[in-house]
Ligand binder design. Sequence first.
Ligand code: NAP
Ligand code: GCO
Length: 268
Amino acid sequence: MNYLNLFSLKGKNAWITGGAYGIGFEIGKAYALAGADHIIFNCRTEKNLQVGLENYRKAGIENVSGFICDVTDEKAVASLVEKIHAEIGPIHILVNNAGIIKRIPMHEMTRAQFQQVIDIDLVGPYIASAAVVPEMMERREGKIINICSMMSELGRETVSAYAAAKGGLKMLTRNICSEYGGYNIQCNGLGPGYIATQQTAPLREKQPDGSRHPFDAFICAKTPAGRWLNPDELGGAAVFLASKASDAVNGQILYVDGGILAYIGKQP
Ligand code: NAP
Ligand code: GCO
């Protein structure tokens, strides 16, 4: 037997929430390249739906379906899951990737702003996971991958709601493992470091005087490789967590951070 078959996603359908672009798209692309039968993604706007479909088309990926669905809307999520089951088939792999961040000092943040981050980054993964688990329980097989963060382990100024959500997502991951491991459902987290996407673009923008953003220099000093990571560098870990190769891995957070969590930082 070719040992690499353990990492194949042949015969599997994968739903990546927020998978139109950024990290979610790169995970969807990796899954397609690993042999997945069908890639499903959702986002909130028609504009980004078309962006996503074009991204997959440009990558040569045809077995993809995109839907407009807000992960915080449980009725919309339930009807999307029903539609996927009816039109595409089982959801073998769920990646809870959809997420936002608001960078505001905690004491200046409104309750509504804090709540919106919690709703999307923590309640959303609960809603999607609760919607797909019953079918996974029936099939006695399933993979749920939650996209965590450095902020599942660390804090920093202005990201209180995001850190609370991503810390909660780490424990939701462990609890799904505990509650459903007996049904051969594995739930693990993937914890990216600092990745060059739209979400972190404001942290890399050139200053008005053309100089480097201070946060850009800061993160490079905190990363052993001295650089931001690219979203496609998450694909291998994402495929591993979605494949048979990780059937005995459950409740873990796999950090793909270039070593940030291990490193005190480059001496200035
Ligand atoms: P991104 O470029 O901003 O993409 C986020 C995606 O989520 C978009 O497709 C967005 O589409 C979708 N989305 C947001 N809210 C949604 C909702 N309520 N319902 C459905 N879709 C929603 O972000 P990213 O950098 O790729 O990050 C993706 C995930 O990785 C997030 O969970 C983020 O917290 C996490 N993460 C990012 C980094 C990083 O450095 N970039 C590091 C660690 C973890 P619409 O706006 O059209 O809905
Ligand atoms: C921030 C960044 C981070 C990244 C990521 C790190 O403002 O600190 O946006 O939170 O998005 O979550 O792993």
